[in-house]
Design a protein around this ligand. Structure first.
Ligand code: ITT
Length: 197
């Protein structure tokens, strides 16, 4: 089956594609369909924002749509940047600078207090407009420096044990990541959702 992913983030889309392909779910991104809608993410939670994005693209296409809202929640910062992760330091600030800003904010934070989690809500709207949410959490820590070349966003400074998300292989990241967990829960529920009258 083919599902539209309501995202402009190429890193997310790559992960959707590689996690869902083995379950026979093909994904197409907004850019592939020439959809350039600017969706205002004015929700206060990952759930709200994922729902806003999925419903906006469903309203436009009438098709089955899935959206992801996610972010990095740092305990020492009271859960920031959280839902504002993409806007941390300004939407247009490139990730190396966002990362430098975050490391600066945490410069006096000792190792045992550098705990954090990546959170993800996947929200699916079926062709009839009914919606379903799925959550995934990945606990980890914020390192003192970047490690690895892979992935996107905050991956180089988010550590699971000794390795950062950027130094894991795709398979290793997907096995433990917030998005991997939420997408597998979605894929598992999908057959039953599609069978609903
Ligand atoms: P869309 O809204 O178009 O999907 P976005 O990048 O704006 O794209 P979000 O509003 O959900 O997406 O912002 C989530 C941000 O959190 C994202 O831009 C990354 O910076 C960060 N993030 C989420 N998952 C991540 C991951 O697996 N690795 C690194 N950073 C991640």
């Amino acid at each position: 089956m083919e599902i539209i992913v309501a995202t402009k983030n190429k890193g997310k889309l790559r992960e959707f594609s590689r996690i869902l392909a083995p379950m026979d779910i093909q994904v197409v991104g907004m850019e592939d369909l020439d959809i350039h809608l600017d969706i205002e993410e004015n929700g206060e939670t990952f759930y709200d924002n994922a729902k806003i994005k999925a419903e906006a693209i469903h309203a436009l296409t009438g098709k089955a749509v899935v959206a992801d809202d996610s972010g990095l929640c740092v305990d020492a910062l009271g859960g920031r940047p959280g839902v504002y992760s993409a806007r941390y330091g300004g939407e247009d600030l490139p990730y190396p600078q966002k990362i430098a800003m975050l490391l600066e904010e945490l410069k006096d934070c000792p190792p045992e207090k550098r705990t954090a989690q990546f959170a993800c809500v996947i929200y699916f709207v079926d062709e009839k407009g009914r919606g379903y949410g799925f959550e995934g959490i990945c606990p980890g820590t914020i390192g003192y420096q970047c490690k690895g070349e892979r992935g996107f966003g905050y991956d180089p400074i988010f550590y699971v044990g000794e390795e950062s998300f950027s130094s894991l292989t795709d398979e290793q990241k997907d096995a433990c990541s917030h998005r991997g967990k939420a997408l597998r829960a979605f894929a598992q529920a999908l057959p039953e959702i599609l069978n609903r009258p």
